[in-house]
Write a new protein. Structure first.
Length: 94
């Protein structure tokens, strides 16, 4: 999965989960802030992480997004970058 596909996957999951909760944003972009723009709380982040882990854990690899790393995520782009790092690390070991 390339970065563009990963970005689309993350944005689609966010749009599904946070439909109707945007604060002044017509569309979700990599610059969208999860807490500020989408009113994402810690439970929302955990639910999103679970969905992402399920989507990314394929082809015999397991992708985990630990809470400690999710705490540093501010924007959608940060989340995409975290997922990309996890995918890259998993590909080295599989």
């Amino acid at each position: 999965m390339d970065k563009e596909e990963l970005t689309r996957l993350v944005i689609d999951l966010i749009d599904d989960q946070f439909e109707g909760r945007r604060r002044g944003y017509a569309t979700t972009t990599v610059a969208t802030e999860l807490e500020k723009d989408l009113d994402c709380d810690s439970l929302d982040c955990v639910e999103l992480a679970i969905e992402l882990e399920a989507e990314l854990s394929r082809d015999g690899r397991e992708i985990l997004l630990p809470d400690q790393e999710l705490e540093a995520v501010v924007t959608v782009g940060d989340l995409v970058d975290l997922c990309a790092r996890k995918l890259k690390a998993a590909s080295r070991y599989n």
